[in-house]
Design a protein. Structure first.
Lengths: 297, 290, 446
């Protein structure tokens, strides 16, 4: 006696249909809009569903701006990459020690600490940004604290269009999502491996450097991808913490073109180009996940 | 005693301080935002007395009396509730199917499900917007479209949570049940699903959190101010003229979320206990590979 | 979600509550109808466009004042004319889309209103519902593009819509609007004569006006060494390095570029001359380098809060701004400059009945209701802040009613401003692309 063969495909079918209809088809729609035309009267997009009739002018416009030195799309793409790389590096510097401590050294504070680490997961990103906006006002507590500590002599306008505020905002917003996968991994490292290293004469630091850190590489990669991808699509953090054109990211340009005006195909083409650029990261993640899944079996 | 002292000594001071500093950095701003929501005055950047004016006291501007703020709260809760109701059953079925299915389609199907996880929200939001406006026009923007979006990005998480559990419990119980003569559907219902229930509760918590947190998809698929969610409202108002009522709205969302999550954790913990498991549910959530 | 093109999504719920309370008692329209003597038709500023760019077909560009040919959209695929003050457009009527007959009873509703966010006092909807014994439903949108997309897709049905004049030709050509039977809207007589018969809809065949506003410079009187008005060219104030970090432009693809055009003495704010737009864009980019200029649509709070010292601003926002001052700060810190003799950027909004309306007569009654002296005034002074173009409303009355502090009377729009001002109007598709791309490039922070 066992399960009938049809059971598993049948159970998968509804969700797969759902994903086909609401995930794959929309992707095709983006392409069809990017390759489409606009209505002559209302200027709303008219997607071209047949690939033979595709009009590539929106793409050539985007590529123009992307490959002309100093072009608008090149500028925002480069800026976005720099912001994400810096924010990611800072996030790793913060997340790894915290996750390491929580997973391996927290002792009896473990659960309490975990509650603290899991909490941001349940506090909306926008609420956490709002919290910082409150504090970063010119008469806010950040300035008060820095003035009190004599770190500055007059209030700093943090929300004044500063790259540093935007990058720190990204770090603050996304670092909890890096800590959790790192924790999940570090918690599972087999104690015996570390003991073996110690028995072979490695000091604690050497054990960490030669054993724990190399072992964490896949988790570091997966965690980095998980937070880097949403950062690439972020437009609200610079909107809220800066407002200056000097800090706008690719998400802001997508939002500008896609949400209004007569060039929605350009917005759709930007979405396609962004997806292409991120495909490297996406594939890296999917390959790693597929490997992990195979190990599980 | 001595062992404990030794353990304490082994705990690296610097790392401990760093972690505490991180927690403070991570949580104190939020606590302060909650604090300012109880201000008597209009300021959102300094403490001005205590009152519930911005929750319900103020006849026009409080969360309860301002229709925009109130509707945002209900819209968020409505979407989260519906998202759980749809995404959890779909996702559980998908996890069961995809883990056990040995066919040639299983692996690409798995990749498809996981790729939603790594699609930036702006890509998913714009794709859904364009498809609902241009092709699937039977699906009006607003609650239905937003719900579709929330379910779509939640499915992969349900899949991950449930599959992890499914793999760890193995097949012995099911085989035993079938040996004892249970039909396959009955085994599924009476053996497998109860064994999966901790993971089902966990995935419901995750879907709830994701849905309440979502900004981009909700914003792109909103049909106007009436279907704005709390994060969308925060985004629009934070740049305009927020009063502490906005902090109150965010705080209320926080309380409701934490309340619901605490409740769910209680249920989860109880389910786990009955299954003879030890340790905290929070720990298990943190150890989920999301 | 706030969007660049969103100009009225102000969260100015119950702004001016205190002053409105004192002001609302008086509904008397009285003698004020006589205030404005000049008759219909809009005497117009002629544009002084520089030479037409070589790349644009002459027909797509606003003609210099000497040319008689009315502008049309390029390519001939869009069957409508670009309305300009000097070339008014009589919108086409279609046999299959007649106005409602006269003498009909209003339908039993519900009345479904589709409007910008926070652009209508909900109390007025309630009063209308009570007066006519119908349900009133309000649905709001954030951007005109979003609204038109939804209306054009046919996915939504409403009775009353609030279009901007730069889209009216399109809406008519696409047969989304129902022609009006002005017999149901006697209150149109309350409106400034030139807007009873506006150039964008000669004879008010499809629309009646709702609000008017100017675009000027909002500033902090207590922070600036010299008010913009004291400068030889007030628009130069944005380039003053002394206010670095405190300078804001409106987050709107037309307004910011138009400001640069006006600064340079170009008054054709609908120019499709690529060199003029390119030059304006370069100046905006340079402005970013010089003072780290920022964009926002929150002129009504950034100035009272003090995060902006100079903010390109809409007049209606400045009328609302005193409400957002921190407690204890006097309204005199807020200043608004608009060319005193006229000649700045100016605009208006309209109301229309949708063709898909199931209650067209009721919708007409609603338009009439919103042009009623009392209701229009209360809607403005009690909530919206953007003024209806009624002849009974003028700076003196608003100051006397304490709706507007005396020094902000500059934010009240006068009929003469319309004769001398410059409007941002419908562009040809090519022109729109020029403007939007220039704006996107500036916003990319090149």
């Amino acid at each position: 006696m066992s399960y009938p063969r049809w059971l598993w495909p049948a159970l998968s079918a509804p969700a797969l249909l759902w994903l086909g209809l609401f995930f794959c088809v929309p992707f095709y729609a983006v392409l069809a809009v990017a390759m489409g035309t606009v209505d002559p009267i209302f200027q709303t997009p008219k997607p071209t569903w047949n690939p033979l009739d595709w009009d590539t002018s929106a793409f050539s416009f985007v590529f123009d701006g992307l490959f002309t030195s100093g072009g608008p799309f090149q500028t925002v793409f480069l800026r976005t990459i720099v912001y994400v790389v810096v924010a990611l590096a800072l996030s790793l510097l913060i997340a790894y020690p915290v996750a390491y401590f929580a997973a391996r050294r927290a002792g009896r504070f473990g659960t309490l600490l975990l509650v603290g680490l899991v909490a941001p997961f349940f506090i909306s990103y926008l609420m956490r940004m709002l919290a910082w906006i409150n504090l970063l006002q010119e008469d806010g507590w950040v300035n008060d604290a820095l003035l009190w500590a004599h770190a500055i002599d007059r209030p700093v306008a943090w929300l004044d269009g500063r790259a540093s505020s935007v990058i720190l905002g990204l770090v603050y917003g996304y670092v909890p999502f890096l800590i959790l996968p790192l924790y999940a991994f570090l918690d599972r490292i087999d104690e015996r491996v570390l003991e073996a290293a110690r028995d072979l004469g490695a000091g604690p630091f050497q054990t960490f450097r030669r054993v724990t850190l190399p072992l964490s590489a896949p988790a570091l990669l997966a965690g980095s991808v998980i937070i880097a991808l949403p950062m690439f699509g972020d437009y609200y953090t610079p909107d809220l913490l800066s407002g200056s054109p000097r800090t706008s990211l690719i998400g802001n340009e997508i939002n500008l073109y896609l949400r209004g005006g007569q060039q929605i195909p350009v917005g759709a083409a930007l979405v396609c180009v962004l997806t292409m650029l991120l495909l490297v990261l996406i594939v890296a993640y999917l390959v790693a996940a597929a490997r992990a899944a195979r190990r599980l079996r | 005693m001595r062992a404990r002292l030794a353990k304490l000594r082994r705990r690296p001071k610097l790392l401990f301080l760093f972690t505490v500093a991180y927690l403070a950095w991570s949580l104190v701003p939020v606590l302060l935002a909650v604090r300012f929501s109880f201000n008597e005055g209009r300021s959102r950047s300094s403490a001005q007395g205590w009152s519930t004016r911005w929750y319900w006291g103020d006849p026009d501007l409080s969360v309860w009396h301002d229709p925009d703020l109130r509707s945002a709260l209900f819209q968020s809760l409505r979407l989260a509730g519906f998202a759980i109701a749809i995404a959890v059953p779909l996702g559980v079925a998908l996890a069961l199917g995809i883990t056990r299915w040995r066919g040639r389609v299983a692996r690409p199907a798995n990749l498809l499900a996981l790729s939603t996880l790594v699609t930036p929200e702006i890509v998913m939001g714009s794709a859904l917007l364009l498809v609902f406006v241009n092709l699937l026009t039977f699906m009006p923007l607003g609650t239905p479209a937003q719900l579709v979006g929330h379910v779509t990005f939640s499915l992969a998480f349900v899949l991950l949570v449930v599959r992890g559990r499914l793999v760890s419990i193995g097949r012995e119980y099911e085989e035993a049940a079938m040996d004892l003569g249970a039909s396959s559907l009955r085994t599924l219902r009476s053996v497998l699903l109860p064994l999966l229930s901790p993971a089902i509760v966990a995935s419901a918590i995750v879907v709830f959190a994701l849905s309440m947190d979502d900004f981009v998809v909700s914003a792109f698929l909103s049909a106007g101010s009436g279907t704005d969610t709390v994060p969308v409202r925060i985004y629009s108002n934070a740049r305009g003229s927020p009063t502490p009522a906005l902090n109150a709205l965010a705080s209320l969302t926080l309380f409701l979320t934490l309340g619901a999550v605490a409740l769910a954790f209680g249920v989860w913990q109880a389910v786990r206990r009955r299954g003879g498991e030890r340790g905290s549910a929070v720990g298990e959530l943190a150890r989920l590979e999301l | 979600m706030r969007h660049p093109r969103e100009r009225r999504g102000l969260d100015r719920r119950d702004f001016l509550r205190a002053s409105a309370a004192t002001a609302l008692g008086l509904a008397g329209s009285g003698s004020l109808l006589a205030a404005c003597g000049d008759s219909g038709g809009s005497a117009t500023p002629t544009s002084s466009t520089p030479a037409t760019g070589p790349d644009t077909a002459p027909a797509t560009t606003e003609a210099p004042a000497t040319t008689e040919a009315p502008p049309t959209t390029g390519g001939g695929d869009a069957p409508f004319q670009l309305a300009r003050p000097h070339s008014p457009v009589t919108l086409p009527l279609f046999d299959d889309n007649p106005p409602p007959e006269s003498g009909l009873e209003p339908e039993s509703g519900p009345l479904r209103v589709y409007n910008w966010v926070d652009y209508l006092w909900k109390r007025k909807l309630k009063e209308f519902g009570e007066e006519y014994g119908v349900e009133v439903e309000l649905t709001t949108f954030y951007t005109m593009d979003e609204a038109i997309t939804k209306l054009a897709s046919g996915a939504v049905e409403f009775d009353v819509f609030f279009p901007t004049p730069d889209r009216i030709s399109r809406l008519v050509a696409g047969k989304l609007l129902r022609p009006l039977n002005l017999g149901y809207i006697p209150n149109l007589a309350n409106v400034w004569p030139q807007l009873q018969d506006p150039f964008y809809d000669v004879g008010s065949q499809y629309t009646v006006p709702y609000t008017v506003y100017t675009t000027g410079i909002g500033y902090r009187t207590d922070k600036l060494a010299a008010a913009p008005g004291t400068l030889a060219n007030p628009y130069e104030i944005y380039w003053d390095e002394a206010y670095k970090g405190k300078t804001f432009l409106l987050d709107d693809s037309r307004e910011a570029i138009s400001m640069v055009l006006l600064k340079n003495g170009i008054t054709d704010l609908n120019t499709e001359d690529p060199t003029a737009i390119e030059a304006a864009k370069e100046e905006l980019i340079a402005l970013s380098d010089l003072v780290n200029v920022k964009v926002s649509a929150e002129d009504y709070t950034k100035i009272p809060e003090g995060s902006a010292w100079i903010h390109q601003a809409w007049s209606g926002s400045m009328i609302a701004a005193p409400y957002y001052l921190p407690e204890g700060t006097d309204a005199s810190v807020i200043g608004y400059w608009y060319p005193p003799e006229g000649g700045g950027a100016i605009g208006s909004d309209a109301m229309a009945v949708l063709r898909s309306s199931k209650s067209p007569v009721l919708a007409h009654q609603f338009l009439n209701f919103m042009l009623d002296e009392k209701h229009a005034y209360e809607n403005f002074a009690g909530y919206v802040g953007y003024q209806p173009p009624l002849t009974s409303i003028n700076p003196d009355r608003l100051v006397a009613d304490e709706v507007v502090p005396p020094h902000l009377a500059t934010a009240v729009v006068r009929p003469s401003d319309f004769d001398r001002g410059y409007q941002e109007l419908e562009l040809s598709p090519e022109g729109q692309i020029l403007w939007q791309n220039a704006w996107a490039e500036f916003k990319a922070g090149v």
